[in-house]
Ligand binder design. Structure first.
Ligand code: ADP
Ligand code: MG
Length: 700
């Protein structure tokens, strides 16, 4: 079966150039859903949308309908769009200058108030034109109620009843709020991008029997590349040799792995399972577009936190309600109360409109999470979605993989033992040939010790059995290298033991040849990391390992976890995780799994939040993970939990603060106690403060 099936291609990310208001983002998403782009997800903070790329024209038409300023563009053209930010600043600067000039002129307005009024008017138009245009456009589409409408009615209304300075300031501060928001988003994106660059993609180029690791850009079409177990396919191509199962979920959304055999097409971005594949590259890196567009973080940042989703829905009902109330205030009292004039009541209604604009919420909540993601990036922690912050903040159980997570994953060969009929050289040579294509940390130690024996052309078949070891056919012999369980699984008795060290048991054509003992050291921060998790109130910390009981027990004791499970195969890890989850108790109790290997990928997906080590980790684990620790430090787990908690706190602060201040000022306004100046503070002032508060999440 061919693995290309473009009709099933999942969402692809595009940038939304010109998107500059959070509420427009929600509207675009809503409109896309209505037009059949069922899973379209707009991410305002990243200014991007996830779309099925098959009908781009239609998608652009829908987006134009909502906001003619917004254009769908591919990632590559993004750089230019980001430069626009400074134009906005110039505009704001000019408007601020005119505003101040207006204040001075109107104070000294002895002969005529006209120059002052003109200055205010100019300032108003300079920053307000865009808002008014957006509002008019939306009205023409029948989408009347939004914050552009609120600001336009309030601003134009204030102008008409002669409150020019107020009108100008409403628009000016609104623009400042938007500008700050853009700035924060821009910063956050930059740190995320630079973090992503830490782990460059590579391709294993096969040239004259030799395999070299090169950048995917350098690989010409028609070359042969080797894809090892657990690696991500770097370029599109056709399988020449080998067979394997590929995880295509990044591209198709389907989690069932697909078989790939000679003749099948594989696409960049898919993750290789247990087999070794040699493919002939069919497209250059630039054309293996899927891989490029699939941007790890920004794709996933579209996963919104529950709070964020709530705010979007809230704004949709809130705004029309406010407009109706304001209309009531403007019309009813003058009509029914004897002696009441229109002007003061219209003024009160305008004040209410300004006060109750939901900008502070719709802007600061998504921004808070995005800034949190940016702040985490600065510390080398890649968080793939705002929703994971809420999980991290509520963690109850942390389950750790042993090798590569708690230990350094850098093994050294400490001993080689052979049984009768084999020499220790035989054992080392056989193991080195078998392990040649494995990226497991143990394999690296074996390869380092047996480097002299390695020749690619001697290995005919290769299969990695996650969590157990490898099987290879080399020089006509079938070699098994791995845990004792691997040998016992095919009924090869292994009486010898590596004791407290990890053993790579080697068998040839069904008979034991010997073992290689390898040792690994704890990461220097392992014990401290476990301690820190406990002091953060995490209830259970456990280890799951595929390694032997003796080794696992020693590590468990040394780092001080509550419990451990050893000798687990990948399925066993999932079962153990579920057991721990049941024990965690409480519907709110969340569980994290932290791992690095191919065999950890299923558990990483299964956990409420899956965390992978980005340096040592296999691509399979990194793709499956929700959070990636780029520098492999386990103690970053504590940092991630703290960041998640403080990000959530900031978002909650903003909600309470914005709604609180608004409630107070709406109260004042209703009794006629608030002026337009206070209204400006209650809305745009609060927005600016909330945006600044959100930006704090970057710096925590
Ligand atoms: P952990 O779960 O502790 O991170 P793994 O699941 O990666 O460890 O591996 C479990 C056990 O399987 C290892 O201790 C080792 O005995 C064996 N194993 C896995 N892969 C290999 C390999 N490539 N070579 C040798 N042994 C391996
Ligand atoms: Mg591991």
């Amino acid at each position: 079966m061919a693995v290309t099936d473009t009709a099933k291609l999942k969402q692809v990310k595009f940038n939304l150039e010109g998107l500059d208001c959070a509420a427009c983002a929600a509207k675009i998403e809503y409109a896309l859903h209505k037009q059949g782009f069922d899973d379209a997800a707009v991410n305002f903070a990243a200014k991007s949308v996830l779309l099925n790329p098959l009908n781009l024209g239609a998608a652009q038409a829908v987006i134009r309908e909502v906001d003619p300023q917004v254009t769908l563009i591919r990632e590559e053209n993004q750089y230019k769009a980001e430069q626009k930010i400074d134009w906005q600043l110039i505009l704001i600067g000019a408007a601020a200058f005119l505003f101040i000039a207006g204040l001075i002129l109107s104070r000294a307005a002895k002969p005529s108030p006209l120059p002052g009024s003109l200055a205010f008017m100019a300032a108003f138009l300079l920053v307000g034109a865009k808002v008014i245009r957006r509002a008019l456009h939306n009205i023409s589409r029948g989408q009347v109620f939004d914050e552009n409408f609120l600001m336009t009615v309030a601003g134009v209304g204030a102008m008409i009843i002669g409150q020019q300075p107020e009108a100008a300031s409403v628009m000016l501060f609104y623009a400042v709020g938007e500008y700050l928001e853009n700035l924060a988003v821009h910063r956050s994106r930059r740190t995320i991008k630079s973090l992503l660059a830490v782990r460059p993609d590579y391709a294993n180029l096969s040239l004259a029997g030799e395999i070299r690791r090169v950048q995917p850009e350098e690989v010409p079409v028609g070359s042969l590349i080797v894809i090892r177990p657990g690696e991500k396919v770097p370029l599109d191509g056709v399988v020449l040799e080998g067979s394997s199962f590929l995880d295509t979920s990044v591209l198709t959304g389907e989690s069932v792995p697909r078989k790939a055999e000679p003749g099948d097409v594989v696409l960049a971005g898919m993750v290789n399972g247990g087999g070794l594949l040699t493919i002939k590259v069919s497209k250059s890196f630039a054309d293996s577009s899927v891989a490029k567009i699939l941007d790890l973080v920004e794709n996933a940042a579209a996963r919104k936190a529950p709070t964020e989703q709530f705010i979007t829905r809230f704004a949709r009902y809130y705004t029309p309600a406010v407009v109706l109330t304001a209309l009531g205030i403007a019309l009813i009292p003058p009509l029914i109360m004897p002696g009441a004039a229109f002007k003061p009541w219209i003024y009160r209604a305008l004040i209410l409109l300004v006060i109750s604009c939901p900008c502070a919420l719709v802007i600061s909540v998504p921004l808070g999470y995005f800034a949190g993601i940016g702040g985490a990036s600065r510390r080398g922690i890649l968080v793939k979605g705002a929703n994971f912050f809420e999980v991290l903040a509520d963690l109850d159980t942390v389950v750790l993989d042993k090798t590569g997570t708690l230990t350094r994953g850098v093994f050294e060969v400490s001993k080689v033992e052979s049984v009768k009929g084999f020499s220790t050289e035989d054992v080392l040579k056989l193991a080195a040939l078998a392990e040649m294509h494995s990226s497991h940390p143990i394999a690296k130690a074996v390869l380092a010790a047996g480097a002299e024996y390695i020749k690619a052309e001697r290995v005919q078949e290769y299969l990695e059995i996650p969590g157990q070891g490898v099987k290879a056919v080399a020089e006509g012999k079938t070699i098994l290298a791995g845990s004792k369980g691997l040998l016992q699984g095919v009924h090869i008795p292994a009486e010898i033991t590596a004791g407290q060290e990890t053993g790579v048991y080697v068998a040839v054509d069904g008979a034991l040849a010997g073992y290689i003992a390898v040792t690994d050291r704890l990461k220097p921060d392992a014990a401290e990391a476990v301690q820190r998790l406990k002091s953060l109130g995490i209830n259970q910390v456990a280890i799951l390992s595929g390694d032997s009981e003796a080794v696992t027990a020693r590590v468990a004791r040394e780092v001080g976890v509550d419990s451990y499970y050893s000798g687990l195969l990948p399925e066993g890890k999932v079962a153990a995780l579920e057991e721990l989850q049941a024990r965690a108790g409480g519907a709110k109790a969340r569980l994290a799994f932290v791992g690095d290997g191919i065999n950890d990928a299923p558990v990483i997906s299964r956990a409420d939040v899956g965390i992978a080590m980005g340096g040592l980790g296999s691509d399979a684990a990194i793709e499956a993970a929700d959070v990636v620790i780029m520098d492999d430090l386990v103690s970053k787990l504590g940092t991630a939990v703290e960041l998640a908690r403080s990000t959530r706190r900031i978002v909650q602060q903003n909600i309470v603060f914005a709604l609180g201040i608004k409630a107070v000022f709406i109260g004042f306004g209703a009794f006629g106690l608030a002026t337009m100046w206070e209204a400006v503070f209650a809305d745009v002032g609060v927005t600016v403060l909330a945006v600044l508060n959100s930006a704090r999440a970057m710096r925590l």
